[in-house]
Design a protein. Structure first.
Length: 281
């Protein structure tokens, strides 16, 4: 059992996401930075879809009531175990009543805490990912308790893997042409790939809005399917990049579609971070 002594700013349970229900309006959800989440699970020998904790901007404080092994990956939040600094992207042995504490993100924006065999929260529509109106809780709260299977001994690993911090360091968003890319004028296309954009204050698990605005006179489209990574251009010229909790349809022109690695990069960015689009052919 894991006891949450402090939940942090915005902490949730996530896995790979919820698939097969978009026709019913259910978002995919899942870890925002899939690379970091899967890296932590891989270190532990977990399945790819093992549930873990995603922390945003400010980490939490957790007490482990049973022995296990954990791994921490993603943004650097100064993890400390019983007051002692611990390394990220390494296996960490846990004893009963150990307390793991995180601070404010210094590099990146989202951190992942994985436990051997994953956290055993409720499974709804094939996923443990938290989402309002789908799961009982939409965020973790102080004093919550989360079940995990006790694990005795030392986790054995014989592979040498290095965490690729591209998702934390890069400012490049690789993207393919969106369905309505052809509606853009040559001037708009030039602006799209020559400007440096920054993350606005309007950013969350549903979408990131970017600044500055583009010149735009395009009309809205009929409501059409969208995906995490879809870049929409609104009538007022704002670029909106849809993220893991995004809706399933939208009525703005879909001018670009980010690669999955670019979604990982964007998920680790926060207010004021600068970005630029690079077109993939």
């Amino acid at each position: 059992m894991l006891r949450i002594l402090r939940a942090g700013f915005f902490s949730t349970i996530q896995d790979l996401g919820r698939f097969g229900y978009r026709d019913k309006g259910v978002p995919v959800s899942g870890a925002m930075d899939l690379y970091s989440a899967q890296f932590a699970n891989a270190l532990l020998g977990n399945t790819k879809d093992a549930a873990l904790i995603e922390m945003t901007m400010l980490g939490g404080k957790f007490q482990f009531l049973e022995p296990t092994v954990i791994a921490v990956s993603g943004a650097f939040m100064n993890p400390m175990l019983n007051g002692e600094v611990v390394l990220q992207n390494k296996l960490i042995k846990i004893q009963p009543n150990d307390v793991l504490h995180f601070g404010t993100a210094e590099k990146g924006f989202r951190t992942y805490l994985a436990v051997k065999d994953g956290f055993k929260t409720e499974t709804i529509l094939g996923s443990r990912s938290m989402y309002p109106s789908v799961t009982t809780q939409s965020v973790l709260k102080t004093n919550d308790q989360i079940i995990y299977k006790p694990f005795q001994g030392v986790q054995q690993t014989f592979s040498k893997v290095r965490y690729d911090d591209t998702c934390l360091e890069s400012s490049v968003l690789d993207a393919f042409k969106g369905v309505e890319f052809g509606m853009l004028s040559e001037n708009q296309k030039q602006q799209l790939f020559s400007k440096d954009f920054s993350v606005s204050k309007n950013n969350n698990r549903m979408a990131y809005q970017l600044e500055p605005k583009l010149d735009n006179n395009l009309k809205p489209i009929l409501s059409s399917p969208v995906l995490p990574g879809t870049v929409q251009l609104t009538p007022n010229g704002t670029l909106i990049v849809l993220m893991r909790d995004c809706q399933t349809t939208g009525g703005y022109p879909r001018v670009l579609q980010l690669t999955q690695s670019a979604v990982n990069v964007l998920s680790q960015k926060t207010l004021g971070n600068r970005l630029r689009f690079v077109l993939k052919e």
